[in-house]
Each structure stands twice: as structure tokens, then as C-alpha cells.
Design a protein around this ligand. Structure first.
Ligand code: IDC
Length: 443
């Protein structure tokens, strides 16, 4: 009987540790549809039609929604995890046109082509609804890949986008990506003539819709597109990179395109090699994201999947379909999804631990001393104090070390105090989780 106590104590300690992990994960929240509303392309940027401010989209692409490594993650729970823990504000639904269960060529699938199409459209609808309920943007991606030239299935693309734009015309959070990666010698002229069929179809239903157009050579020749852009407004041109393969010379292509005034959008990237597998190169990826952030170019990571390939954001074979914490993420997932909160500069980040060991001491009239344990990696601390238990009308002070005497307090009042650490990234502060609150009556 006696052994029970230590075991119970151990269980309590484990429980508390688990809670700490959950709290440290914090709640991050990039700006979304309720902040920005309808998106518009202005110059080389996306801007909010509501506030006029530049819009930065950071997102995640599904794997092919035709496969069981892709569609199980189309849910409100999954998207909410991405939004709340990892500062994702856009999700891309990648619908392959060919390969197994493809929209135009179902390859080996048992169902008829029309059943396949109905199922894929239902999956898209689930994704659009989930994103909408969560105030996130959503990209409907016509995932041209093995079919190489989007003109191959142009009639089907037209019918598909007609139907989608009719269905989602009333929404301000849906973007249409009309050809993922033209390749195999498809020229920019081919893509232009395809786009000239599809864009008016979409716009006749949804005049404001932002349309993303792929560029030649697996959506990399944005420099070529920049010499002869399309004659429509609200167009983004796709550029895709995989950091372990595509380096400086590809960054030059992006720089050339934007210097010519082309609005570029990275609707797909990986930290892996272009195969979606092989090595990861986070140093190159960091250079990429720095370049994109500096130019206000949004980016979407490939892919939200547990498939055993290094581009997958989830650990190979993980069975969780939402609620992922760091341990459920692959190396690529951990790197990418820890970048987003920091780069969006909103809310807390899971990179910093919670402040512990907070002590408050009464000093002479109107003063108190606060001290706490330092947090590794912190650039400073924010102490928040108030006479209100819920920290209404709280005062905030930035500290550069772990103790400070606060003065100017109201004598005889009870104060509540809490502290969090912060890091500075790109000029913005990102915070770790708050310490527990302490209370004290001031002399
Ligand atoms: C890859 C998937 C892989 C799949 C392959 C073929 O990661 O599991 O077998 O497609 O369908 C792209 C494409 C994207 C690729 C990805 C990685 O848009 O569909 O996904 N990639 O190769 N362009 C460059 C890389």
C-alpha cells in the first residue's frame, strides 16, 4: 500500500509536466480573414481591401487530396491546430488532375471518373467550410503535374473552375490556383492562353477573386512571365522552391521578377530536395524565407502529410490527424512550423519557455520587488501588473534582467503580477507563455 504514494506523486508530476508543455505551446494567431477581409493585389503585394495594409500569408498545403496521405487532414480540427499553434493563415487544397484518383485521369482507382470527381469536390468543400469557419484563407489548387501542359485538360479545368467560382462567389477567403506546375516544355505562351480561358470564367462569377497562375518549368520561370504578364488585375504568379535543391540562382529569378513589378506568390515550398525527399537544408530555407518576408511574398509549405518522405510536416506514420505538438512533427515540420509564429510576430511562440520562479516582495511604500528565473534564449522580459485579478487595465514594463523594483504603486492596494519572456525577430517581439500570477499587498 505504501508504494502507492510515490506512484501517485509521480503521476501528478507527469501530469503537471504535460500541462506545462501544453501551456508553453501557447496560442499563436496570425492575422486572418476577420482582419484583412477580401484580398487584392496591389503592385507586387497582396493587400487588405478592408484596411489597405499589406497581407502576409503563411500556409500549409495538403498532400494530394486524392490520397490517404492527404485527405484525412482536411478538417476543422486540423486547420485549427495549424492556426492556433503554428500561426498558419492559409491552407492549400492540392487536387491532382492525374495519378491515382486524379480528377481528370483516375489511373488505377476502382470508382468511375465521375464518382472520383464528386468525392474530390466534397473534400474541397469540407476544406473550404473548415477554413471559412476558422477565418482562414483557402486555395483551391488544380494540381497539374504529370499531365505537364494545363491545356491538356483545359475543358475540364474550365468546367471545374466555373463550378467552384459559382459555389464560392459569395466568400472572400477563396483563392484559385489554376495550374500547379506546368512542365515538360510547356511555354509561357501556352500558359497565358490557358489562363485567358480560365480567368474570365472565374471572374464572371467572382469578379474580385485572386487567381494564382503557375509559370513554366515547375513554376519557377517567374522571370519569363514578368516580361509578358497577363492583362488582368488581382493575379499572383507562382514560384515554387525546394531549399535543398534550389538556391541562389533561383532567388535571382524571384528578384528579377519582382524588380519588373510581377506579384509573386510561393504556393509551394519545401526544405527538402525537389523530389519531396532526401536532405533538408534549413540554412537555405532561412535565406528563402528572409527574402520572401522582406518582399511581402506569401508562402505555403508542402505538405501536411505523414507520408515517409522528408518534405512531410508530420512524422512518418503518425496517426494523429490534428492536435499535433512538436513531437508529432517531422524535422521539416518542426523547422517550418516554428518559423511561422516568430515570423508573423503575433502572439506567443513555442520557442521560449514559460517564466518560472516568480517572487514578489513588499518594499517601502508604493514599491515592490519582482524576481524570477531567467529563460534561455530570451532577449528580455515583460512584467504585467494590475490591481485587477484579471489584469484589466494592467501596466506593462520591459525588463532586461530577472529582477526589478517597481515603484509608483498605490499604497495599501493588492496587486497581481505575471511575467513572460520575449525574443526579438525582424524588429517584432514574440512572447513565451506567462508565469503563474502572484499577488501582494503593497505598503
Ligand atoms: C510529390 C509528393 C510525392 C508524390 C509525387 C508525385 O511529395 O509523395 O509521389 O509528388 O505525385 C512538386 C509538386 C508536388 C510534389 C513535390 C515533391 O507540386 O506534387 O509532390 N514537388 O516532389 N513540385 C516540386 C516538388
Amino acid at each position: 500500500m505504501k508504494q502507492n504514494k510515490p506512484i501517485r506523486r509521480l503521476a501528478v508530476i507527469w501530469g503537471m509536466l504535460l500541462l506545462c508543455v501544453i501551456l508553453v505551446q501557447g496560442n499563436v494567431h496570425a492575422k486572418g480573414v476577420s482582419d484583412y477581409g477580401t484580398l487584392q493585389v496591389s503592385g507586387t503585394h497582396l493587400v487588405s481591401s478592408k484596411t489597405g495594409e499589406p497581407v502576409m500569408l503563411r500556409g500549409v498545403s495538403t498532400h494530394g487530396i486524392n490520397w490517404d496521405v492527404g485527405y484525412p487532414y482536411i478538417s476543422k480540427e486540423a486547420f485549427q491546430t495549424l492556426r492556433d499553434r503554428y500561426a498558419v493563415n492559409v491552407v492549400r487544397l492540392a487536387m491532382y488532375t492525374t495519378e491515382y484518383y486524379g480528377y481528370c485521369d483516375k489511373a488505377g482507382a476502382a470508382e468511375s471518373q465521375s464518382v472520383v470527381q464528386t468525392t474530390l469536390k466534397q473534400r474541397i468543400d469540407t476544406g473550404v467550410k473548415a477554413a471559412t469557419e476558422l477565418g482562414m484563407y483557402v486555395i483551391i489548387d488544380w494540381h497539374v503535374l504529370n499531365d505537364q501542359n494545363p491545356q491538356k485538360y483545359q475543358d475540364q479545368a474550365k468546367a471545374f473552375f466555373k463550378e467552384m467560382s459559382e459555389k464560392y462567389a459569395g466568400q472572400n477567403n477563396v483563392l484559385y490556383e489554376i495550374c500547379n506546375e506546368p512542365n515538360g516544355g510547356t511555354s509561357w505562351d501556352d500558359i497565358r492562353s490557358y489562363a485567358q480561358q480560365i480567368i474570365p470564367t472565374i471572374r464572371s462569377n467572382d469578379p474580385d477573386a485572386v487567381v494564382i497562375v503557375g509559370t513554366p518549368t515547375w513554376s519557377q520561370d517567374v522571370d519569363v512571365a514578368a516580361d509578358k504578364p497577363l492583362e488582368y488585375n488581382n493575379i499572383l504568379y507562382a514560384f515554387h522552391f525546394y531549399a535543398a535543391t534550389h538556391k541562389d540562382s533561383y532567388r535571382e529569378k524571384v528578384k528579377t521578377a519582382i524588380s519588373k513589378g510581377l506579384p509573386v506568390f510561393v504556393s509551394e515550398f519545401g526544405v527538402s530536395e525537389a523530389s519531396g525527399n532526401g536532405n533538408l537544408d534549413t540554412q537555405e530555407a532561412k535565406q528563402w524565407l528572409d527574402l520572401l518576408d522582406a518582399n511581402g511574398i506569401g508562402y505555403v509549405a508542402w505538405s501536411l502529410s505523414n507520408k515517409a518522405e522528408t518534405a512531410s510536416l508530420l512524422k512518418a506514420g503518425t496517426s494523429k490527424t490534428s492536435g499535433w505538438t512538436k513531437k508529432d512533427l517531422s524535422a521539416a515540420g518542426q523547422w517550418i512550423l516554428s518559423q511561422y509564429p516568430v515570423r508573423s510576430g503575433e502572439g506567443t511562440t513555442s520557442m521560449l519557455s514559460k517564466v518560472t520562479g516568480l517572487k514578489v516582495q513588499r518594499k517601502s511604500a508604493g514599491k515592490m520587488k519582482v524576481q524570477f528565473s531567467s529563460v534561455s534564449g530570451a532577449d528580455g522580459y515583460q512584467v504585467v501588473y494590475s490591481t485587477n485579478k484579471n489584469f484589466r487595465k494592467a501596466k506593462k514594463k520591459i525588463l532586461h534582467n530577472k529582477k526589478k523594483i517597481l515603484s509608483g504603486l498605490r499604497s495599501g492596494k493588492v496587486y497581481y503580477v505575471k511575467v513572460r519572456a520575449f525574443q526579438k525577430q525582424n524588429g517584432a517581439r514574440t512572447y513565451g507563455a506567462y508565469s503563474g500570477a502572484k499577488k501582494i499587498r503593497v505598503k
